[in-house]
Ligand binder design. Structure first.
Ligand code: S3P
Length: 199
């Protein structure tokens, strides 16, 4: 079973009464290759909840692939649409949201997440080698002429980016799940068992 650490359990309602309110949104965060989209989609299916992959929502709204937005408009333009997509997704209930790996670098996104009630933020981690290898496999399988992960870079650049982001990931998360050596369905099983009491 993947190993986990939990920082918080349930939220309290605004009247101050002690009855915990159920979690209405699960937000998956983590570096590129951590499995946010795969685990998130399956988690949503097993809960009977909706699923939003933030990168896909951005592509729908913008009409261009993420790689094309980076290429033609730059990272800042991508981050602006990402914030809009996150804020609107956080209005919905019974929803699993898979963030892009860089979403927590934007202050507005971290603020929106910390202000969101009844929302559990789950960090998926894995060893750097695992993350990088998963990304390389996905790149090899993709048919895009543009890089499907414009910010991944080479091994050294990716390791530096992960090191730079790690504190933000861990500070924002309510729950951390290490997926190294585990299939996505095992991670989903572990999460469902952990979340049973608060959903
Ligand atoms: C990014 C990660 C990507 C995507 C964009 C930027 C990042 O999502 O949002 O390419 O900054 O790490 P994934 O984490 O799903 O690859």
């Amino acid at each position: 079973m993947p190993s986990t650490t939990a920082k918080t359990s349930t939220t309290q309602n605004s009247s101050g009464a002690n009855a915990p309110r159920p979690i209405e949104r699960l937000v998956l965060t983590g570096f590129m290759g951590s499995g946010k989209s795969t685990v998130g989609r399956s988690l949503a299916q097993r809960l009977g909840w909706g699923f939003v992959d933030l990168d896909s929502l951005i592509e729908q709204r913008d009409g261009r692939a993420v790689s094309r937005i980076f290429e033609e408009s730059g990272e800042a333009a991508f981050r602006a649409v990402e914030t809009e997509a996150l804020i609107s997704s956080l209005q919905e209930s019974q929803l699993v949201i898979a963030l892009g790996g860089g979403a927590l670098e934007t202050t507005a996104n971290r603020q929106a997440l910390s202000a969101a009630s009844q929302t559990c933020i789950i960090l998926l981690t894995a060893s750097f080698e695992t993350l990088y290898d998963r990304c390389q496999q996905q790149i090899a399988a993709a048919e895009s002429s543009l890089p499907i992960r414009p910010l991944l870079g080479d091994r050294e650049a990716a390791a530096a980016r992960l090191a730079h982001r790690d504190a933000n990931y861990r500070e924002t998360a309510n729950l951390v799940l290490d997926t190294t050596g585990h299939q996505p369905e095992e991670s989903v099983d572990t999460l469902l068992a952990l979340l049973r009491g608060i959903l």
